[in-house]
Design a binder for this molecule. Structure first.
Ligand SMILES: C[C@@](CO)(OP(=O)(O)O)[C@H](O)COP(=O)(O)OP(=O)(O)OC[C@H]1O[C@@H](n2ccc(N)nc2=O)[C@H](O)[C@@H]1O
Ligand SMILES: Nc1ncnc2c1ncn2[C@@H]1O[C@H](COP(=O)(O)OP(=O)(O)O)[C@@H](O)[C@H]1O
Length: 308
């Protein structure tokens, strides 16, 4: 009997999310600077007679258990490429908020790929794994790679970035998620409504900020705070106006930067150090403007096999 294999995969925050115009294929070109943070899901693959999925964790009830689950889709994609049956029991220990703009589903897909590859002995190359990731979702290659990286195209074309230190983060998890496609649609709607237009012809090519890349390179949290940006934030706030209260509560408590994480509704706060992070977390909890508060740091590595 083959032993179970577990992969551990981090969440992400987008320190820059520059969104270009709507492309004919329904996606948007991005300059997406991902930073992996220390909230993790664990995916365990165990031999089974068919593809089976179980999930544990506070948000487990919000995770689909059918074949639409990204972890199940990842296992199926790997099996299909190698001409084998996707017979595996995948168990997800979920700690990343669901539909929170922190790439939890993407993490599970990357984790399932790594764990199944090891369990089945399919020995996929890194390039093959990255290709499967990109086919399944724009954010999934980053879940595999981790650290800090610039995502171009729809976010799947990654260039790893240098970082000079660890950044301290507080995350305010909201009640209920936001749908990523709905937030992109709202971004387009707001652009149309402003008269600027939302197509690739109307919106300038998204570019990474030099100030942001410098701040990451030097590990300067104050400089990073001044450079963070998220073009999806107005859309997330438009769909969930109460997030403004959460952002304000963190800013009032001394966060260096307060921003929506990706498509939201999780809000991210950059703090000077661990003590400042604790103060921000305390104030956010007391404010009653979010469901849970998490303190962590990053960058951290991408998907890894546990015990390997
Ligand atoms: C916004 C971001 C920021 O990192 O993530 P979240 O904050 O939701 O985690 C990503 O762009 C989300 O990536 P991901 O969740 O993998 O999206 P996908 O499955 O590839 O696409 C889902 C849908 O989002 C929209 N989409 C996604 C990526 C992109 N560059 N342009 C888009 O317009 C499209 O409507 C697409 O059909
Ligand atoms: N393994 C998974 N974990 C969480 N959500 C999943 C998973 N597989 C599919 N989904 C679907 O993807 C949606 C987005 O989930 P998630 O990746 O957590 O959020 P986000 O895209 O905001 O980072 C969920 O609402 C859920 O329907």
């Amino acid at each position: 009997m083959t032993r179970p294999v577990t992969a551990r995969v981090p969440a992400k925050v987008n320190v820059q999310l520059a969104v270009g115009g709507l492309r004919p294929d329904g996606f948007h070109d991005l300059a997406n600077v991902f930073l992996a943070v220390g909230l993790h899901d664990e995916v365990t693959a165990t031999p089974a007679d068919s593809l089976r999925l179980t999930v544990e964790g506070a948000d487990a009830g919000q995770v689909p258990l059918d074949r639409t689950n990204l972890a199940a889709r990842a296992a199926s994609a790997l099996a299909e490429r190698h001409g084998i049956a996707p017979d595996v029991h995948l168990h997800i220990a979920k700690d990343i908020p669901v539909a929170g703009g922190m790439a939890g589903g993407s993490a599970d897909a990357a984790g399932a790929l790594l764990a199944c590859d090891a369990l089945w002995g399919t020995k996929a190359t890194r390039a093959e794994l990255l290709e499967i990731c990109a086919d399944l979702g724009s954010d999934i290659p980053f879940s595999l790679v981790g650290g800090v990286a610039l995502g171009r195209g729809r976010g799947e074309l990654l260039t790893p970035l240098e970082t000079g230190g660890t950044f301290h983060w507080v995350f305010a998890v909201a009640d209920g998620g936001l749908s990523t496609p709905a937030v992109y649609r709202e971004c387009d709607r707001l652009r149309e409504a402003s008269g600027a237009g939302a197509s690739a012809a109307d919106v300038p090519e998204p570019e990474p900020s030099e100030a942001l890349l410098d701040a990451l390179r030097t590990g300067d949290a104050t400089a990073l705070a001044a450079a963070v940006s998220n073009d999806l934030q107005p859309a997330a706030l438009s769909l969930r106006p109460a997030l403004a209260d959460t952002l304000r509560a963190g800013a009032d408590a001394g966060a260096l930067a307060s921003l929506v994480s990706g498509s939201g509704p999780t809000c991210a706060f950059l703090a000077k150090d661990t003590e400042a992070a604790q103060a921000v977390a305390g104030a956010l909890t007391a404010s009653g403007t979010c469901r849970t508060v998490r303190i962590t740091s990053g960058p951290v590595p991408g998907a890894r096999l546990v015990g390997a």
